[in-house]
Design a protein around this ligand. Structure first.
Ligand SMILES: NC(=O)c1ccc[n+]([C@@H]2O[C@H](COP(=O)([O-])OP(=O)(O)OC[C@H]3O[C@@H](n4cnc5c(N)ncnc54)[C@H](OP(=O)(O)O)[C@@H]3O)[C@@H](O)[C@H]2O)c1
Length: 183
């Protein structure tokens, strides 16, 4: 989403919604590693965490409409969509003409294409498909510690239901890890 689709680069302003989550904390790190000026949304308790990940600006989406705090951006990585507070639709308002909206959660913004066209911006969905070449680059970034994995909780496989309950709160930070065997 960040590197191949939104082509993160120096001088680019990129807004990442849900930057403290399992996907978002990588999105913020990749975008900032590749030089983008990252603006991340999250609640106040995640502000310091988001800055540590490389966000240049953090916007508390619970404090008021994010559109009022975010200037014009070149690209939005939206990990929320219209299912909460019309985040997808409202994101279109902060994208420069011809800029790019990328939606992560499948089905979360059914009117994306019409609304993006009306707003004069490009829009695309994204669904991850593992690719060896990309994973090799990600591995190098992890090994060099330029990118890190934040693990919120580690649970044994038997507690998978609890893992789902935690994810469903919508407020976990980084990843929940399930251990499937003793190492
Ligand atoms: N297309 C694909 O290939 C693909 C792959 C993986 C995941 N996904 C989808 O991508 C989405 C994100 O996944 P995830 O695993 O990163 O989720 P997650 O870890 O559950 O995200 C939790 C984070 O979202 C933040 N958050 C919640 N509501 C928010 C809002 N309205 N605005 C900004 N931040 C908000 C929370 O921060 P606060 O606690 O600070 O509110 C929390 O840190 C999910 O819908 C998932 O299904 C898609």
């Amino acid at each position: 989403m960040v590197v191949e689709t939104a082509k993160a680069h120096e001088g680019q302003r990129m807004l990442v919604h849900a930057g403290a989550g399992g996907v978002g904390h990588f999105a913020v790190q990749f975008a900032s590693y590749f030089g983008a000026h990252v603006i991340a949304t999250g609640s106040a308790r995640n502000a310091a965490f988001l800055r540590e990940l490389g966000a240049a600006e953090v916007v508390d989406y619970t404090a008021g409409p994010f559109e009022e705090a975010v200037g014009e951006v070149d690209a939005v990585i939206d990990l929320i969509g219209d299912v909460a507070h019309e985040t997808g639709s409202r994101s279109l308002r902060v994208i420069r003409p011809g800029g790019l909206y990328v939606n992560g959660p499948t089905g979360s913004f059914p009117t994306m294409r019409e609304k993006a066209e009306a707003a004069g911006v490009r829009a695309t969905g994204f669904r991850v498909s593992p690719d060896a070449a990309t994973l090799a680059i990600v591995t190098r970034l992890l090994e060099s510690r330029d990118v890190r994995v934040y693990v919120d909780r580690v649970l044994p496989l038997e507690e998978v239901a609890e893992a789902h309950r935690l994810i469903e709160t919508g407020s976990t930070r980084g990843k929940i890890v399930l251990t499937v065997a003793e190492g």
